[in-house]
Design a protein around this ligand. Structure first.
Ligand code: GKR
Ligand code: MG
Length: 428
């Protein structure tokens, strides 16, 4: 098999005004859809976060990929690295999400080549990753503080006819009671059995109060997580982390750096998770040396693909780390890829993150994928098990062209609501 064509389609999907440590989500989240076409007519799909920088590198990778065998991943990845060089782990930056591009390029090719291989041999991607250990992959509810509004064409407006989760999705949630109402609607709709709150938005007392309100509402049987995206100092993390002992399943990235996380971990009896201090293979020796976290959150978009995430899972097994999954806004191709990874990872120890409930559009055939009982069932069919809905893809591409966004930047969005607001790497 040889790769003969590569197509890139940038898309925009409506996204509500969700608050996080870096500011406010824009009314659209950006993604890029990658299609590889092989000489036997098969097509392989992947999806990555949308940004002009990543799209430029993906376009430049076309000349490296055309003519190569999608079944020889080592050769293709080697050629990509020879062409682009490598990216220092420090290029991740200090925002909640990863700023690197090359890992996303590798991820796009890894996923699309696995999809091609699965279609060629009539096997699910999870089988190619080592075998299916679970058909139903558990996800966690992912709560956000938010302003009123639904995003997309509705901007910050709302649809007065909405009911159930659709109504809760557009409602404001700023106080603990609003967070609990959001959680109740999300859990009712999707059946999630664990809950994460995106923190780093308000001062620790307010976010800890929201967690306590969630505990009160859902009881000790529902695991809770809080993620301040490293906006707390080590001292603040210790002070507030102690108040959350016995309450949280894990505290995610309270503080910055592996040394900072290790200091918190020594002082607080609470598992710590990260998608900020240990985010690449280069960081793993430091993770072992410092003992910076209990759980590493992989994300195939940022660790270089599904196969790389399986390598990370093996490291986690050897070094006694739990493993779970980080997310950003995404559509169905990524949800399918995440679910294949979750289905194939023997030591998956926690429900995975997903932003999926925050979107209402879809670009795959069949529309929105189902989350039932908090789980996504492994899609049927070879490869990733999803096909592109060409009309929906074209609509999402038109939305991309109309919205004028070329990268995610939450700071100017926040400034529209709070003039002069500035991102601070450490705030409390
Ligand atoms: O979507 O606003 C967001 C989150 O803050 C996201 O960008 C983070 O990368 O979900 C992420 C996290 O767990 O840090
Ligand atoms: Mg996080």
């Amino acid at each position: 098999m040889r790769i003969t064509e590569m197509h890139l389609t940038p898309i925009a999907l409506g996204d509500p005004p969700l608050l996080n440590a870096a500011g406010l989500h824009a009314p659209y989240c950006l993604r890029t859809v990658i299609e590889l076409v092989a000489d036997n007519g098969l097509r392989g799909l992947a999806e990555v976060p949308g940004s002009a920088a990543t799209n430029a590198k993906l376009a430049a990778a076309r000349e490296v990929a055309i003519g190569r065998d999608p079944l020889n991943w080592h050769a293709l990845r080697g050629a990509l690295r020879a062409h682009f060089g490598t990216e220092a782990s420090a290029s991740r930056g200090d925002k909640p999400w990863d700023q690197r591009s090359l890992v996303q390029v590798e991820s796009a090719f890894d996923v699309a080549c696995l999809d091609l291989a699965g279609r060629a041999y009539d096997l699910p991607v999870a089988t190619l990753l080592g075998g299916i250990v679970r058909e139903r992959v558990p996800y966690s509810a992912y709560l956000f503080y938010k302003y009123e509004g639904a995003g997309g064409e509705l901007g910050f407006g709302t649809d007065p006819r909405a009911t159930g989760w659709a109504a809760a999705r557009q409602a404001a949630a700023l106080e603990p009671a609003g967070v609990v109402a959001q959680a109740q609607a999300m859990v009712k709709e999707f059946g999630f059995e664990s809950i994460k709150l995106k923190g780093g938005v308000f001062e620790p007392a307010q976010e800890v109060a929201a967690i306590k309100a969630l505990r009160e509402a859902f009881g000790p049987g529902v695991p809770l997580r809080l993620d301040p995206n490293a906006l707390w100092t080590v001292e603040t993390s210790i002070e507030w982390g102690r108040k959350l002992e016995g309450v949280l399943e894990y505290l995610e990235d309270p503080a910055r750096t592996q040394a900072g996380m290790a200091a918190v971990r020594q002082a607080v009896k609470l598992p710590l998770a990260t998608n900020m201090c240990t985010t690449s293979f280069d960081d793993l020796p430091g993770s072992a040396r410092h003992g910076s976290e209990d759980i590493i959150l992989t994300d195939h978009h940022y660790w270089g693909g599904l196969r790389a995430s399986m390598e990370l899972a093996a490291h986690c097994r050897v070094f006694g780390r739990g493993v779970s999954m980080h997310s950003n806004n995404h559509a169905g191709i990524s949800l399918a890829a995440m679910t294949h990874l979750g289905a194939a990872m023997p030591n998956l120890s926690y429900a995975l993150d997903t932003h999926y409930p925050w979107q209402s559009e879809e670009i795959v055939v069949g529309g929105r994928m189902k989350i039932e009982g908090g789980c996504v069932t492994l899609p049927k069919g070879p490869g990733l098990g999803v096909e592109l809905d060409r009309a929906a893809l074209a609509r999402a591409h038109q939305a991309f062209l109309r919205c004028g966004l070329t990268e995610r930047n939450d700071e100017p969005e926040m400034q529209k609501k709070v003039p002069g607001w500035k991102f601070q790497a450490t705030r409390w």
